[in-house]
Write a protein of this length. Structure first.
Ligand SMILES: [Zn+2]
Length: 324
C-alpha cells in the first residue's frame, strides 16, 4: 500500500495485476491515484505543478508521480486517464485552450506526451468533466443520469452529464457555466462583465469582501467570520450561493436535470452556501415543478483523478465507445 497524502480509502492488495492511473493536472498541483479495474484506490500521491515551466515539464512531473506510485506497488500500468485544466480536444488528447496560469499549455499534445513517458495508452478529459465522472461513479451523483457539476474554485467550471455520459458539445466546451452573463456588474477574469464567476469563485469571495471591508482575509478566514455572524462576510457567501443556485436553476430548466453537484474549494463552506441555495430554490425553482436537488460533492478532493481513472478503465474495456 502506498499513500503519499490524504485519507481516502486505500485498499490492501496482494497481486501485481495491472493498475489504472487517474491524474488530476491543475495550476498548482498534480495529484494521481492508482486503481484496480473496479475503481478501488490502491495508491495516491501529489506533487507541485510546474505550470510556469511549460507542457513538457508538466508531463514529466505527472509521469514521474505515476511511475513512482506504480514502482511502490510493483504493478504494471494498463493505461491512464487525465483530468486537465483548460478546453480539451478529448478525441486527440490535446489541450486546445488554457488560462494564463499555464505556460505553453494551449496546443500541447498531452495524451501523446504522456503515452511516450508512461508506455501505456492515455486519455485526456477536461478536469471538471472528470470531476463529474468521479461524482457520478462514486460520489454524490451515484445512480443519477442527468447532472450538472459546478466547481467553485479559483474560477468557476461546469460539466454536464446526459444519460450518464459527459456531454461535450460541438466544440468540447459544454457546461462552461462560470462564464455566463447577467449575475452582477463586476468585471470577470475573462474580461467580460457580470459572469457567474464574479460572484461564485473563491477569488471573487476574497475580492468582494476586500471591496466591502478593506480586509485582505483569505476565503477560509472570511468563512470563519461569517460563521461568527459578521454581516459583510455572510453577504459574500450568500451572494455566491444565490448566483450559483440561479445558474443551476436555468441549466436545469433547459435540460430537465435531476441533480446539481457542487465541488471545488468553496464547497468546503457548504454550511454557509446551503441557506442561500435553499432560499433561491424556493423563489426561483424550475417551473416544471419537479424539485431540483443541489448537493455538495462527496469525493471532492479525489473526484477528478478517480473520474479520470474511470474514463481510462472504460476506454480500455471498449476503445471506441459511443459514449463514456
Ligand atoms: Zn467570464
Amino acid at each position: 500500500m502506498t499513500q503519499d497524502e490524504g485519507s481516502g480509502a486505500v485498499q490492501h492488495r496482494e497481486t501485481s495485476a495491472p493498475v489504472i492511473a487517474g491524474i488530476d493536472i491543475g495550476g498548482t498541483k498534480i495529484s494521481a491515484v492508482l486503481t484496480d479495474e473496479s475503481g478501488a484506490v490502491l495508491a495516491k500521491g501529489v506533487v507541485p505543478a510546474p505550470a510556469a515551466e511549460g507542457g513538457p515539464a508538466m508531463a514529466d512531473a505527472a509521469a514521474d508521480l505515476v511511475l513512482r506510485l506504480c514502482g511502490a506497488l510493483d504493478a504494471p500500468l494498463a493505461g491512464a486517464g487525465v483530468g486537465a485544466a483548460g478546453v480539451i480536444d478529448q478525441e486527440r488528447g490535446v489541450v486546445v485552450a488554457a488560462s494564463a496560469t499555464f505556460t505553453d499549455w494551449s496546443g500541447f499534445p498531452l495524451a501523446d506526451e504522456l503515452e511516450a513517458r508512461l508506455g501505456a495508452p492515455v486519455w485526456v478529459e477536461n478536469d471538471v468533466n472528470a470531476f463529474l465522472l468521479g461524482e457520478l461513479r462514486w460520489g454524490a451523483a451515484r445512480g443519477e443520469s442527468d447532472v450538472l457539476g459546478i466547481m467553485l474554485g479559483t474560477g468557476v467550471g461546469g460539466a454536464i452529464a446526459l444519460d450518464g455520459a459527459v456531454h461535450h458539445g460541438v466544440h468540447g466546451a459544454a457546461g462552461e457555466i462560470g462564464h455566463t452573463p447577467g449575475f452582477s456588474d463586476l468585471v470577470c477574469t475573462c474580461g467580460q462583465t457580470g459572469h457567474l464567476e464574479t460572484l461564485a469563485s473563491g477569488t471573487s469571495i476574497t475580492r468582494r469582501y476586500r471591496a466591502a471591508t478593506g480586509s485582505d482575509a483569505s476565503a477560509p478566514e472570511i468563512a470563519d467570520r461569517a460563521r461568527a455572524g459578521e454581516t459583510a462576510a455572510l453577504a459574500v457567501f450568500t451572494d455566491a450561493a444565490r448566483a450559483t443556485a440561479l445558474a443551476a436553476s436555468v441549466a436545469s430548466s433547459l435540460l430537465d436535470l435531476g441533480m446539481v453537484v457542487i465541488g471545488g474549494g468553496v464547497r468546503e463552506a457548504w454550511d454557509l452556501l446551503e441557506p442561500g441555495i435553499l432560499d433561491t430554490l424556493r423563489t426561483d425553482a424550475p417551473v416544471s415543478g419537479f424539485p431540483l436537488r443541489i448537493v455538495p460533492a462527496e469525493i471532492s478532493a479525489d473526484a477528478v483523478a478517480r473520474g479520470a481513472a474511470a474514463l481510462a478503465s472504460a476506454r480500455l474495456a471498449d476503445p471506441v465507445p459511443a459514449t463514456v
